[in-house]
Ligand binder design. Structure first.
Ligand code: AMP
Length: 371
């Protein structure tokens, strides 16, 4: 039997499990998603449940290697790594950098170690893709000691961006090495400027709050607003965190919710204003990344909104006409791979993100598995 890679993508209250055959590119064999985890049901219980589904068909089954999506690699990890006790300790030590997201990843590692003792585990980081940037790009203009202590613009969604580069190298190799702006527009949303397959700039920073307004997150905000909320409105740190992560963004502006489909279907003024804000802010950030690249040859849409909403893609392409994007309305409506016209100077594309296949590929490379 060929090598099999189990991929765990653990959120704070969910666990996505997928199984891939290694050869020659990862092939999806199985996928399961367990939601609603918390005090009553742990990540370990969820994994045991999924593994029992998997082993019903095959006795004494176990994966060759296990790959994990880990949100934060801190300042130490800039590439995927085999997990040993010292790696796990480091990942636990940086929970304060990503208190909402890192604990889920650690729970996934512990659950996998209990379910499959002795099987190698690989941590794949959402921050790693952006680690090639220089000090000028990842610093905040704070006293230097804060940079040394890890207060940096890390950037996230890196596994998604790496997967887009990998796919592009396969389907459009002549474009893959050029100047790209990738729009990862899902519940969380960010943009990444890429040249020669490497990150040049991205819109998220120290946390996944920065940059674009998202489903429930605020995006870029003047830090003075936070000082005002703390000092003048008497908000506690927990209240502020809840506001910025869960009650802001499209949900906060529209009063309807975070789902783009609901906003697009709504006739209320608030929904229209929330949409216009999202389009405006995203357009500004596309301009910023185009400046970082000194021009752009390919504009790519991915993730839930980017892959499925012709309306949002169309609006963003029209607003990017100054960059040389000429939209092909029909191709966009049909969701074709290329949605710009033949004469478009900048090519607009829809490329599905494949974060889990990327984790499988990275884990098999780190574990030295040949397909
Ligand atoms: P993701 O986080 O990548 O799974 O994206 C989830 C988001 O994609 C949802 O919250 C929706 O807002 C959005 N989405 C999914 N399908 C569509 C669609 N057909 N049109 C607009 N938005 C969509």
């Amino acid at each position: 039997m060929s090598a099999e890679i189990l991929v765990l993508n653990a959120g704070s209250s969910s666990l996505k499990v997928s199984l891939f055959a290694a050869a020659p590119e990862p092939q999806l064999l199985f996928r399961s998603n367990v939601d609603g985890l918390g005090p009553a049901a742990s990540h370990h219980d969820a994994l045991v449940q999924v593994v029992s589904q998997l082993t019903q068909q095959r006795s004494a089954w176990q994966p060759t290697v296990i790959g994990h999506r880990i949100v934060h690699g801190g300042t130490r990890f800039q590439a995927p790594v085999l997990i040993d006790p010292s790696v796990r300790d480091y990942l636990a030590s940086i929970v304060p950098l990503a208190p909402l997201h890192q604990p889920g990843g650690l729970a996934g590692i512990d659950a996998a170690a209990r379910a499959f003792p002795g099987v190698r585990q690989v941590a794949c980081f959402d921050t790693a893709f952006h680690a090639t940037r220089t000090f000028a790009h990842d610093a905040y203009a704070l006293p230097r000691e804060f940079y040394e202590a890890g207060v940096r613009r890390y950037g996230f969604h890196g596994l998604s961006y790496a997967s887009i580069v990998t796919t592009l190298r396969r389907i459009a190799p002549e474009r893959a090495e050029g100047r790209l702006i990738v729009c990862h527009l899902g519940n969380g949303a960010s943009l990444c400027a890429i040249h020669q397959g490497r990150c040049i700039e991205t819109t998220m920073g120290f946390t996944a709050l920065d940059g674009l307004p998202m489903g429930t997150r605020c995006g870029q905000i003047d830090p003075g607003v936070l000082l005002y909320l703390l000092s003048q409105r008497g908000m506690t740190v927990n209240e502020l965190s809840d506001l910025l992560y869960k009650r802001s963004g499209l949900a906060g502006l529209s009063g309807i919710g975070s789902d783009m489909r609901d906003l697009l279907n709504s006739a209320t003024t608030q929904a229209k204003e929330a949409l216009e804000h999202f389009l405006h802010r995203t357009t500004l950030h596309i301009g910023m990344l185009a400046a970082a690249l000194g021009g752009v040859e390919t504009l790519i849409f991915t993730a839930g909104i980017g892959e499925h909403s012709a309306t949002i893609r169309g609006e963003l392409c029209r607003r990017a006409s100054w960059l040389g994007v000429s939209l092909d309305e029909q191709a966009n409506e049909r969701g074709e791979r290329v949605i710009s016209t033949d004469r478009s100077k900048t090519v607009a594309m829809v490329v599905p993100t494949q974060e889990e296949a990327m984790i499988a590929k990275l884990a098999s490379e780190v574990a030295g598995i040949k397909g």
